[in-house]
Design a protein around this ligand. Structure first.
Ligand SMILES: [Fe+2]
Length: 260
């Protein structure tokens, strides 16, 4: 069963049920102890700075107020799925598109659609980091300039950094991607499993790497510092995209499903 976006009232607030608040409480309470030693210290520090409530789902305007103070970003409520053009346009305006529904208790461990726990807990902390924020904005601007046929290729760059990125630190490998940080299962798998490849992050390589959204990843890309993303934000991404298109896709490293 799919989820529908939750409508805000006249004050811009979404009314959640007690059960929905309780699901948030369960998700955040079990994920916080998972972070030390697995998630980059910048993310953990930024998460503390966000001071998210434990006992209730935060409203997006509360989250936005904190982001604005740091980097001028905010979160914008959107339906569960939006098209690429809207997605790029929001990022270019320093607005992070966020779904407002929360998963049901029978899908605590995994759901394909991004819910508000994924959006707020996973995505917003690093948007207080100016390097990460600059990359996200530049990415949106590049997307708006890109030819439509290149949208899926650009999506891969976002996927392998913002969603599923890993980072080398003095203390060892850590995760920073929102899809990993907000998932108890993938947080352990991404760092400890022998199954996935962990490749040094190269933008061209990431652009050419296919992924599936419905399984744990088979490839992760590892940065050495958020400075790398900041430096990438200063470059024109479109020639890289053109080069990736010219070189073609890497073969999938996961089982390819038959398309009915
Ligand atoms: Fe996400």
């Amino acid at each position: 069963m799919s989820y529908a976006s939750r409508q805000a009232d006249a004050q811009g607030h979404v009314q959640y049920t007690d059960e929905e608040h309780a699901v948030w409480n369960t998700l955040i309470s079990r994920q916080l102890p998972m972070l030390p030693g697995r998630v980059s210290q910048e993310y953990i520090d930024a998460l503390h700075g966000m001071d998210l409530p434990r006992d209730r789902i935060p409203q997006l305007d509360e989250v936005s107020a904190k982001l604005r103070r740091h980097t001028g970003w905010s979160v914008a409520p959107v339906p569960a799925l939006i098209d690429f053009t809207r997605f790029f346009a929001l990022l270019a305006e320093r607005k992070f598109p966020a779904a407002t529904f929360i998963r049901r208790r029978d899908q605590l461990d995994y759901l394909q659609e991004p819910d508000i726990f994924h959006e707020v807990f996973g995505h917003t902390p690093l948007l207080t980091d100016h390097r990460f924020a600059a990359f996200s904005e530049a990415y949106g601007k590049a997307g708006l300039k890109a030819d439509k046929r290149d949208h899926a290729m650009l999506a891969r760059l976002f996927w392998f950094t913002v969603e599923f990125g890993l980072i080398n630190t003095a203390d060892g490998l850590r995760s920073y991607g929102a899809g990993i940080v907000s998932s108890p299962g993938e947080l352990v798998y991404a760092l400890e499993s022998d199954l996935p490849q962990r490749k040094r992050f190269e933008p061209l390589d990431a652009l050419r790497t296919p992924y599936r959204i419905d399984i744990f990843q088979t490839v992760y890309f590892v940065i050495d510092s958020y400075d790398e993303l900041f430096e990438l934000a200063q470059k024109d991404l479109l020639p890289l995209v053109a080069e990736a298109r010219r070189m073609g896709m890497h073969p999938p490293t996961y089982p390819v499903r038959d398309i009915a």
